[in-house]
Design a protein around this ligand. Structure first.
Ligand SMILES: Nc1ncnc2c1ncn2[C@@H]1O[C@H](COP(=O)(O)OP(=O)(O)OP(=O)(O)O)[C@@H](O)[C@H]1O
Ligand SMILES: O=C(O)[C@H](O)[C@@H](O)[C@H](O)[C@H](O)CO
Length: 175
């Protein structure tokens, strides 16, 4: 798809829990010198409580939250300000909702195997999202984006390599 050349861009870092959205998103924003928003910080408390009880979110739970994030993306787009935002964005229609804020939203999909993801989740401490069953539900909901929607990178690489590879792909897409 052809998009008008712009001096700013909005970037979504997506993937299931433990794929590295917060870590890679923050690093990417730092490398690009732009703001980072962690989608998790915008969940209503009811969603956090539900996940902390080990109950996966459903479409209804995610609706208002995705609306909030789409609104933030739209706001940055309107102001021609750059942004990296982390959000699981598991289903195609969730991404469509986020793209309603910026049709040229660039997407980095962090892809990993069940084993890689479980290892990352079990070594992480102090987070409300835990447990193998929760990861299973995320993998069941995941509709992986194709190359028409996203740049896909495997989480086995170091954070620095992932950020550099994505930035290189952006340059070739946008220049
Ligand atoms: N490429 C990587 N290599 C090694 N460790 C990583 C990498 N990416 C992330 N990590 C580590 O893996 C763990 C999970 O990463 P992170 O919290 O960023 O995932 P997340 O997708 O934001 O998860 P959630 O959606 O549950 O918040 C963290 O401890 C993080 O430091
Ligand atoms: O869509 C969802 O089910 C949720 O957003 C989860 O993905 C959490 O936000 C996150 O992964 C936990 O940290």
């Amino acid at each position: 798809m052809d998009h008008p050349k712009t001096t700013s861009r909005r970037i979504l870092v997506m993937g299931v829990s433990g794929s590295g959205k917060s870590h890679i998103g923050r690093l990417l924003a730092e490398r690009l010198g732009v703001e980072f928003i962690d989608g998790d910080d915008h969940h209503p408390q009811a969603n956090i409580d539900k996940m902390a009880r080990g109950i996966p979110l459903n479409d209804d739970d995610r609706q208002g939250w995705l609306d909030t994030l789409a609104g933030l993306i739209a706001d940055y787009h309107r102001r021609d300000a750059s942004l990296v935002i982390g959000c699981s964005a598991l289903k195609r229609r969730y991404r469509d909702q986020l793209r309603s804020g910026d049709p040229a939203l660039a997407i980095l999909f962090l892809e990993g195997s069940r084993e890689q993801l479980l290892e990352r989740l079990t070594s992480r401490e102090g987070h409300f999202f835990t447990g193998e069953a929760m990861l299973e539900s995320q993998l069941a909901d995941l509709e992986p984006p194709g190359s028409d929607e996203a740049i896909t990178l495997n989480i086995g690489d170091s954070p620095e390599s992932l950020a550099a590879a994505f930035i290189a792909s952006l340059d070739s897409t946008y220049c």
